[in-house]
Design a protein around this ligand. Structure first.
Ligand code: ATP
Length: 234
């Protein structure tokens, strides 16, 4: 599903003549199989978000390659990346990243609008997704009128609406209380077991890491493979 080969990344800070190079990732190799839940752990500043941003195409590395679902994505143009993301990747963020001026319904529907799906299909799929995440009665609420757990469910519904095979999550439970965290984690497990969706998640949290099949740790920009935590169901 994901193959990262010899990936290195350095941020360049300051003006061109006086550029400061800050190396962040060193020769990272990572393979995530279809149907796996993989947790990326590591101390603050170790390079976790940088790795996820590279795999998401939000930043581009000069060294190394990334393939997702058989497509070599490293080196794709911005527009090709945007197209690829829409059909292959779903995103879940700690801060939900919902559009505040749009209702729950409109936030969930947005990827379908961007993809140019016709109205009849949009209505059908958005309603079905609202039902799947248990938010039918909240469809007209704006993000500010929903609890943290409900907002995260809207963001998951938006991530799932185009049926991506892979979900990338950055601290998905970071803003949730323990009850909502448990609920979200069992939903992620269900999506993985019932629909075979692959998850790559950054986390600081042991509860989150405990649902992963495998843990990889970044230590000062170097990736260490962890042991298998639980069996992958195929
Ligand atoms: N835009 C940027 N410009 C320069 N340096 C950056 C930039 N973004 C991150 N860094 C640096 O890169 C390193 C890795 O940052 P990154 O955000 O990937 O770490 P992280 O493991 O995700 O941390 P956290 O757990 O705190 O979110 C840090 O030293 C950080 O200061």
């Amino acid at each position: 599903m994901i193959k990262v080969n010899h990936l290195s990344y350095a941020f360049k800070i300051g003006k061109k003549e006086k550029e400061n190079v800050v190396p962040v990732l060193h020769d990272v190799n990572l393979q995530v199989e279809k149907g796996e839940i993989v947790a990326i752990v590591g101390r603050s500043g170790s390079g976790k978000s940088t790795l996820l941003n590279l795999i998401s195409g939000f930043i581009q590395a000069e060294t190394g390659t990334i393939s997702i679902n058989g497509t070599k994505v490293s080196g794709l143009s911005e527009s090709k990346w945007a197209e690829f993301r829409l059909s292959h990747l779903g995103f879940i963020f700690q801060s939900f990243q919902l559009i505040p001026s749009m209702t729950a319904y409109e936030n969930i529907e947005l990827p379908l609008v961007l993809k140019g799906t016709n109205e009849k299909d949009r209505v059908e799929r958005t309603k079905e997704m609202l039902k799947r995440v248990g938010l039918e009665q909240y469809q007209s609420h704006y993000p500010g009128e929903l609890s943290g757990g409900q907002q995260q469910r809207v963001s998951i519904a938006r991530a799932l609406i185009l049926n991506p095979p892979l979900i990338l999550a950055d601290e998905p439970t970071g803003s949730l209380d323990s009850e909502n965290e448990r609920e979200l984690l069992s939903f992620i497990k269900e999506l993985n077991e019932n629909y075979g969706i692959t998850f790559l998640m950054i986390t600081h949290d042991h509860e989150v890491a405990s649902i992963a099949h495998r843990k990889v740790e970044i230590v000062d920009g170097y990736l260490r493979e962890g042991r298998m935590l639980r069996e992958v169901q195929r």
